[in-house]
Write a protein that binds this ligand. Structure first.
Ligand SMILES: [Zn+2]
Length: 340
C-alpha cells in the first residue's frame, strides 16, 4: 500500500494530503491511469513535437513535454520527472542530431523540472528559463516533502521497491540548484531563445507562486503548463482566484492549439470549455450548493474533455477532495498561496 500512497503524495509536487485521502487517491491513481506505453515524440505543428507525460500504476506522473526546433538547437518546455521521460527527450535530440540549447520550465513541480539535471549533464551549456518560485519551494514545500519521504522510507523496511522509488525522489530534491533556472523569468517578455522568438508570460500566484506559459507566434501554439490540466485542475499549491484570472490572459493569446501540462493538446473551443468549467467550479464551491452538485457540475461542464470513464471517475475523486480541502474549509497554509 505504501507504493500507492506514495504516488498520490507526490502527484503534483509532493504534497501533504491527509492519510485516508492519500490512500484513496493513490489507489485510484494506480487503478485508473492505465498501462505504460512509452513516450515517443509526435509532431503537433511545424518544428514542434509533443512527448506525453506518462502516468502508470505505482509510478508518480510526468508532466507533458514540448520540444521546439530552433535555429541554435532544441528548446524543451518541461522535462518530466522520471528517467524514461528525460531519456525520450534525449533520444529525440540524438535522432535529430541537434543539441538541446534551452529548457523552459512552466513551474517548479517535480513532474516538470525532474529531467533538468540529466539534460544539463548531457548539454552543460544549455540555458534554463524559469521563475524563481522554486527557491521558496525548496526551503518550504519540497523540504517538507523530503522529510515526509524520509519518514516513509523508514517505515517501508519490508517494501524495498517503495523505498527505492522514494530514494529516487529524495535524490531529485537533493539535486537542488540543478533543478532551477540559469535565466530568471521575472516578467512577461518576448525573448529570442536559441534564435527563436517566443512570447514568455509570467503569472504569479496561480498554480504556484510563479508560472510561465509560452506563446509561439510562428505556429500559434500555446504551452500552458499546469494552468491547464486534465482530468481536473490540481490545486495543491494554487491560488484558485488568481488562477482563474490567468486563464483569461491565456484566452487573449491568438493561439490555435494549446498544450496542457497533463492531458492531450486541445483547440480554442476546448480551452473555452475548460475555462468556463474552472470558473463555474470556483463559483459553486464559493456558494451554498451541496458538494456533490459542484463535483457533478465539473463532470458535466468539462464532459467533452473527459473522454473515458476512468477520466470521469478520477476527476470526480479529485474535485471532491479539492472542494473539501482547498476550495472550502481553507486553512491558513493554503490561503497563503495567494499572498506569499
Ligand atoms: Zn504537473
Amino acid at each position: 500500500m505504501l507504493g500507492s500512497r506514495f504516488i498520490c503524495m507526490a502527484f503534483a509536487a509532493g504534497l501533504a494530503l491527509q492519510p485516508p485521502m492519500i490512500t484513496r487517491l493513490c489507489l485510484l491513481t494506480a487503478l485508473l491511469l492505465g498501462a505504460h506505453t512509452g513516450a515517443a515524440a509526435t509532431r503537433i505543428a511545424p518544428d514542434t513535437f509533443f512527448i506525453v507525460g506518462e502516468a502508470t500504476p505505482n509510478h508518480q506522473p510526468d508532466g507533458n513535454s514540448i520540444i521546439i526546433a530552433a535555429p541554435q538547437g532544441l528548446i524543451v518546455f518541461d522535462t518530466g520527472r522520471h528517467q524514461d521521460h528525460s531519456q525520450a527527450i534525449l533520444d529525440f535530440a540524438r535522432a535529430q542530431h541537434r543539441p538541446i540549447a534551452a529548457i523552459i520550465n512552466s513551474h517548479w513541480h517535480l513532474d516538470h523540472v525532474g529531467g533538468n539535471p540529466r539534460l544539463r549533464t548531457e548539454f552543460p551549456d544549455l540555458k534554463v528559463y524559469a521563475s524563481t518560485a522554486i527557491d521558496a519551494a525548496r526551503a518550504g514545500f519540497l523540504a517538507d516533502y523530503r522529510a515526509q519521504l524520509m519518514t516513509e522510507i523508514a517505515r517501508a523496511a519490508k517494501d524495498p521497491g517503495a523505498q527505492e522509488s522514494m530514494r529516487t525522489e529524495v535524490a531529485l530534491i537533493d539535486a537542488g540548484a540543478a533543478l532551477g533556472p540559469t535565466d530568471v523569468i521575472a516578467k512577461s517578455a518576448r525573448l529570442s531563445i536559441a534564435g527563436r522568438p517566443l512570447q514568455l508570460n509570467l503569472e504569479t500566484h496561480a498554480v504556484t507562486a510563479g508560472d510561465v506559459w509560452v506563446f509561439d507566434p510562428k505556429t500559434r501554439v500555446l504551452l500552458a503548463g499546469d494552468l491547464v490540466t486534465l482530468p481536473a485542475p490540481f490545486f495543491e499549491t494554487a491560488c484558485p482566484a488568481r488562477w482563474r484570472d490567468s486563464l483569461a490572459s491565456l484566452e487573449k493569446a491568438p493561439f490555435v492549439r494549446l498544450v496542457p501540462g497533463h492531458g492531450a493538446p486541445m483547440q480554442r473551443k476546448e480551452f473555452a470549455v475548460y475555462r468556463k468549467a474552472f470558473s463555474q467550479l470556483l463559483d459553486c464551491a464559493a456558494g451554498n450548493a451541496e458538494k456533490a452538485d459542484c463535483v457533478e457540475g465539473w463532470i458535466n461542464d468539462a464532459a467533452v474533455l473527459l473522454p473515458s470513464s476512468k477520466d470521469v471517475s478520477y476527476a470526480r475523486t479529485l474535485i471532491d477532495y479539492y472542494i473539501d480541502n482547498y476550495l472550502r474549509n481553507t486553512s491558513e497554509r493554503i490561503r497563503k498561496f495567494c499572498s506569499d
